[in-house]
Design a protein. Structure first.
Length: 392
């Protein structure tokens, strides 16, 4: 982040808050703010978003440059052998590989066959998925070698009580466990290219396929972790009924029928047990962040604070904000904000291995590349996540 960009962002935030203060004062005096003043506030708010996007773009470009320099550095003979073998496999198929190349390419393959994507490609896919899926970035992630992941949850505490010296001791309650089973589900992609293109292409086919497939995998995952119904896909944390029992997630009313209020966000924050506070985050739609920027507490202090450090999210009530476009928009009866410790509350499960199968037969003269990834996800601790509802 350049110094000039930081200064511009600081000024934009100050200008926005000055206008917003005037708008709120006008609203109190006249009963509502003028259309002109409202337009000025929204314009200033949009300027903050624009500058933040420009800063993110600058940082992304810098990161790509650093990754490119790292990729151009000398690699080990084993890494080079795998990379060359994969590119040859993509272009010509497994029949073109020597015994040594097949050995290099198939290291770590699943027992049911197929080639694993090379470690270099797999790392790139995982990194891009993190960038496009905020739930994955803050949740607990576990790689497994089976088709499901089981978790035991402690539901209660042991019973105890006071008793007299000679009084009878009756049986006390015994705590119980609940088993949660998270199955992995399959995501697939099957892009195709002509054999002529593969033969003549001068671009890095491996990187191109990794980028396209990973972007799609990331979007599918992100939606499922938030809104997935659990049928052939992960179950999202927003799909559970309201409540405080096992299998339910508590919903806290915002205090207004259709919008988010400062009191509602404060109540949401304090609905979470203190033990979960370290590591907790807010999650909301991008447009919701713009709305939250206007809110103040009872001491007239803004709840939202911008980040002026590279890679650090904005803060709300002292906790990071993660933008998740799969969250609902601010509206009547909507659930636009989630808050909690997702590391303790949500479990992502990856089945080891991303596989690519080359099929030159099914769609001649095209070659199809069948790429799969198996992933699951579900809530593992229902009291570690809370949701804000737009309601009185």
């Amino acid at each position: 982040m350049e110094k000039k960009q930081v200064e511009m962002l600081e000024k934009a935030v100050a200008d926005f808050r000055e206008l917003n203060d005037k708008a709120q004062a006008e609203s109190k005096k006249r009963g509502e703010e003028s259309a002109e003043m409202k337009a000025q506030v929204e314009k200033a708010n949009a300027e903050i978003t624009k500058l933040q996007d420009e800063i993110k773009a600058t940082n992304a470009a810098l990161n790509r440059s650093v990754r490119g320099e790292a990729a151009n550095q000398e690699v080990s003979a084993e890494q080079k052998a795998r990379r060359d073998a994969f590119n040859k496999y993509i272009r010509k198929g497994d029949g073109s590989l020597s015994d040594m190349e097949q050995k290099a390419l198939s290291v770590g393959s699943d027992p049911d066959g197929g080639f694993l994507v090379l470690p270099e490609m797999s790392s790139e896919i995982v990194k891009k998925v993190f960038e496009s899926s905020p739930v994955r970035a803050v949740a607990s992630v576990q790689t497994i070698s089976s088709d499901s992941f089981e978790i035991l949850q402690d539901l209660d505490e042991a019973g105890a009580g006071w008793v007299g010296e000679t009084a009878a001791r009756s049986e006390t309650t015994t705590p119980q466990f609940k088993k949660i089973v998270i199955a992995v589900h399959e995501i697939y992609a099957k892009p195709r290219a002509t054999q002529k293109l593969l033969d003549d292409a001068f671009v890095n086919i491996e990187a191109w396929l990794a980028e396209k497939v990973s972007e799609r995998f990331g979007r599918i995952e992100a939606t499922a972790f938030v809104q997935g119904d659990g049928v052939n896909k992960p179950r999202g944390f927003m799909t559970y009924a309201a409540g405080t029992s096992f299998g339910q997630i508590q919903q806290v009313n915002s205090g207004s029928a259709a919008v988010i209020t400062a009191d509602g966000l404060i109540n949401l924050k304090y609905s979470l047990k203190g033990a979960y506070n370290p590591g907790s985050v807010f999650m909301m739609k991008r447009a919701t962040v713009a709305s939250v920027r206007k809110l103040k507490d009872t001491t007239n202090q803004y709840l939202w604070q911008p980040s002026l450090q590279v890679g650090q999210p904005d803060m709300l009530l002292g906790y990071p904000i993660y933008e998740a476009d799969d969250m609902a928009a601010e509206a009547a009866d909507a659930l636009p904000v989630a808050f909690g410790n997702f590391k303790q509350g949500y479990q992502v499960v990856d089945r080891f291995g991303i596989r690519t199968l080359r099929d030159p037969y099914s769609a001649k003269p095209n070659v199809e590349f069948y790429t799969t990834k198996r992933v699951g996800g579900d809530v593992k601790n229902f009291e570690a996540i809370k949701i804000l509802k737009c309601a009185v």
